[in-house]
Design a protein around this ligand. Sequence first.
Ligand code: RP5
Length: 190
Amino acid sequence: MCFGLGEGETLKFDIDHEKHPMTQALIGVVMGSSSDWDTMQHAVQILQQFGIPHDARVVSAHRMPDDMFAYAESAAERGLQAIIAGAGGAAHLPGMLAAKTVVPVLGVPVQTKALSGVDSLHSIVQMPKGVPVATFAIGPAGAANAALFAVAMLANHDPALRQKLAAFRAEQTEAARAMTLPPVALLGKA
Ligand code: RP5
């Protein structure tokens, strides 16, 4: 699967267009299997919402190790600013990508049937000292947050994007302030 900017879409933030042509992905989203897409699409949705050029594809660490290394080795020269990598189970994809590139890797533990994603979480988060993988929550929340984190990284050098991110936060504040609670159920009444 590959996603870039849609037809007619334009970048909504100020980037160096000489260095980064309009269609060049700034964030790479990879996952170990198409079965991870239910989770990882939440990262792509956020990137689309913020107008960040990205691509998304399956790169399986244990079934496509050579492709995985090629992806990581070319990441910097392709202009990727971060790689969001989701995997489940033994979940070695984020760590192995990080081993082959200095582009920041943001790891998303995919929920598994056998161990509910705790296996993925432990595998991704427990990188030995020296080769970090920033690790997010298990499942869709982690995928969305990894993308928001990537947006925040880009926003360090992009005031318009930073404003957009602040507005996104403000919306959540307003939504939380507007939350109401139901009345307490009376004891003894069904
Ligand atoms: C991992 O194995 C993938 O990231 C996926 O979460 C898990 C299962 O893959 P499939 O058997 O569904 O292809 O590599």
